[in-house]
Design a protein around this ligand. Structure first.
Ligand SMILES: NC(=O)c1ccc[n+]([C@@H]2O[C@H](COP(=O)([O-])OP(=O)(O)OC[C@H]3O[C@@H](n4cnc5c(N)ncnc54)[C@H](OP(=O)(O)O)[C@@H]3O)[C@@H](O)[C@H]2O)c1
Length: 337
């Protein structure tokens, strides 16, 4: 029996105060507003995870105005599990709130065996969105992404598939992820010519990974496309959790596929320690400062955090209490990133 088979649905009534504090930013030049924080289901929503905990992470998020939940076809483990588990939660909790939610999913990484279950062909993307909708038990997603560039499929084909998915009513908007500035620029032009504007780009961006500052954000601003920053906490490194060793319940121990212990060098920990001190002086935690630091750039529409507990999510939302940085603080931070 999977852990999730023991799951007791309970009953959910969203908080009346859910829109009191969250702020929303316009996504590029679109009509869509997104919350300053969004929640991702990459980890903690697989069949090996406790679904009740996942349910409480999403409830806590929505109760504080986080209207955007981000998925992908292969989030799990196993692949598809996060969408399946979200589908169960959707039936129990979210169905009455569908029109208050922005759901996204993606295709691009390996998903099923053979040549049609990966990368960027029309064949893969159209089949994948149909599978995702079935797993999630929804009629449409709000945003459908091409998850990573495909060097061998013509960009025209991949973008035409995104356009087709919108025209079929399976997604309202489209996005791209991990595209470099020049290919993102070209994707925007192709989509514009097809009549389906690119809504959003999803790049990795944190205080320790600033590649987007080298041109991508300029392209997005010029083209009126929004940006959603993923792994803003460097999967947990930009928090105080690894400062006194590696906790047993951390991602590094529980699921070391993408976050390995060799990342925690003495040099990196020294930087984290200094950033943690600056955060304390600002009266916030390092996780809160890491999110706020990304939001100081108005081109960042929303910061896409993960959380392994409702408590972490609450802490991250607490960044809203201090989003301003003095020039001195920015200079201090710049020494350690
Ligand atoms: N487009 C893409 O290619 C792509 C790639 C990766 C991710 N994403 C998206 O981005 C989302 C976020 O990515 P991510 O999970 O790597 O983001 P992250 O926010 O950098 O890391 C989240 C992890 O950090 C730890 N954490 C979070 N808040 C904390 C706090 N307040 N104190 C201490 N630890 C805290 C938790 O790990 P512990 O388990 O250690 O507690 C949590 O699971 C994903 O869910 C997915 O939707 C997209």
């Amino acid at each position: 029996m999977k852990i999730n088979d023991k799951f007791d649905p309970g009953h959910y009534l969203a908080s009346d105060t859910r829109y009191d504090k969250m702020q929303y930013r316009r996504c590029g030049k679109s009509g869509l507003l997104l919350p300053l924080l969004s929640v991702g289901l990459w980890h903690n929503f697989g069949h090996t995870d406790n679904l009740e905990n996942g349910r409480n992470i999403l409830r806590t998020s929505f109760d504080h105005g986080i209207t955007h939940f981000d998925l992908a076809n292969n989030y799990g483990p196993p692949y598809g599990a996060a969408e399946e588990n979200f589908g169960r939660l959707f039936q129990q909790d979210w169905k009455p709130y569908r029109d208050e939610l922005i759901l996204s999913t993606k295709a691009g990484w390996d998903m099923w065996p053979g040549p049609y279950g990966t990368l960027g062909s029309r064949k893969y993307l159209i089949a994948s969105i149909d599978q995702s909708l079935r797993r999630m038990g929804v009629d449409y997603v709000d945003i459908f992404y091409h998850h990573r560039p495909d060097p061998d499929t013509p960009l025209e084909e991949t973008m035409a598939a995104l356009d087709q998915i919108v025209r079929q009513g399976k997604a309202l908007y489209v996005g791209i992820s991990q595209y470099q500035p020049a290919e993102a620029d070209r994707a925007v032009e192709i989509l514009r010519s097809l009549g389906t504007p690119l809504l959003i780009h999803q790049p990795r961006y944190s205080m320790f990974d600033r590649w987007v500052e080298g041109g991508l954000l300029d392209v997005l601003e010029k083209q009126g496309v929004g940006a959603i920053a993923f792994s803003p906490l460097e999967q947990g490194i930009l928090t105080d959790k690894y400062l006194k060793g590696v906790p047993e319940n951390s991602r590094m121990v529980k699921d070391g596929r993408y976050l390995t212990k060799d990342k925690l060098t003495p040099e990196l920990l020294e930087k984290v320690q200094h950033l943690n001190e600056i955060a304390k002086q600002r009266g916030q935690s390092l996780a809160q400062m890491a999110v706020a630091w990304l939001l100081k750039d108005p081109r960042i529409t929303t910061v896409l955090v993960g959380a392994s507990s409702p408590k972490q999510m609450l802490e991250n939302i607490g960044c809203l209490d201090n989003l301003e940085f003095s020039p001195t603080e920015l200079n201090e931070i710049a020494k350690w990133i």
